[in-house]
Design a protein around this ligand. Structure first.
Ligand SMILES: N[C@@H](CCC(=O)N[C@@H](CS)C(=O)NCC(=O)O)C(=O)O
Length: 205
């Protein structure tokens, strides 16, 4: 049996790791790296991920960090042809594009917007949050998921950024993304991942 470990912290971007694993429905172990207790800065974890960030997965001892890489690895290994389009499928290109777009463009654009930085984004390598929303609106207009009818790991990568931004009220307005967010949040795997990332006890004190 595959030895699958998720290094995760509550209330964090670990949502994407949980979500992928819950979509796949495979057994995995969780190592708690609570960022509020700075467990992510302990030497033992820095050996696993020198950037001290979560989520991280280990598949039979092969360690990968960065959400799109985690989504791609798990989908190819355990959901090939379903959560990951096959290597020669026509959707493989757009699939890879959206995986990368999630954290090379969308996440930093939202962070810049949230910081109220008047950054000259046209001179950076990513779009503004509004540009990114317009691009996603165009891609999702009239279809359920980024690649059409088939939900893929690209929806987990993009969707984990979108749903967190919506929760924190950081996204420019978009009816298409509101509807997409609602479809994502209706998935049982998302709901399980959300409960694991934000367990009820976080809100009890
Ligand atoms: N680019 C990384 C970002 C991951 C990240 O920044 N995670 C935050 C938690 S939301 C973290 O680990 N922060 C470490 C810290 O706060 O010290 C990814 O997409 O996986």
């Amino acid at each position: 049996m595959t030895d699958l470990v998720l290094f995760a912290s509550k209330a964090s971007r670990s949502l994407a790791g949980y979500w992928m694993l819950e979509e796949l429905g495979i057994p995995y172990e969780v190592v708690d790296v609570d960022i509020r207790e700075r467990k992510n800065r302990e030497p033992e974890f820095l050996k696993i991920n020198p950037s001290g960030r979560v989520p991280v997965v280990s598949v039979d001892g092969m360690v990968v960090s960065e959400r799109p890489a985690i989504c791609a690895l798990l989908a190819d290994r355990f959901g090939y042809g379903a959560l990951a389009p096959k290597i020669d499928a026509k959707d493989r290109g757009p699939y890879l594009k959206w995986l990368v777009y999630a954290t090379a463009v969308l996440d930093p654009a939202i962070a810049v917007r949230a910081s109220h930085l008047d950054a000259p984004l046209r001179h950076t390598t990513w779009d503004s949050a509004q540009d990114a929303v317009d691009i996603l609106d165009q891609a999702l207009d009239g279809q359920e998921w980024l690649l059409g009818d088939q939900f893929t790991a690209a929806d987990v990568a993009i969707g984990s950024v979108i749903t967190m931004a919506q929760f924190n009220d950081l996204l420019p307005e978009s009816q298409i993304l509101d509807d997409y967010g609602n479809r994502l949040k209706a998935r049982s795997a998302f709901q399980r991942a959300e409960r694991l990332t934000w367990p009820p006890e976080l809100f009890s004190s």
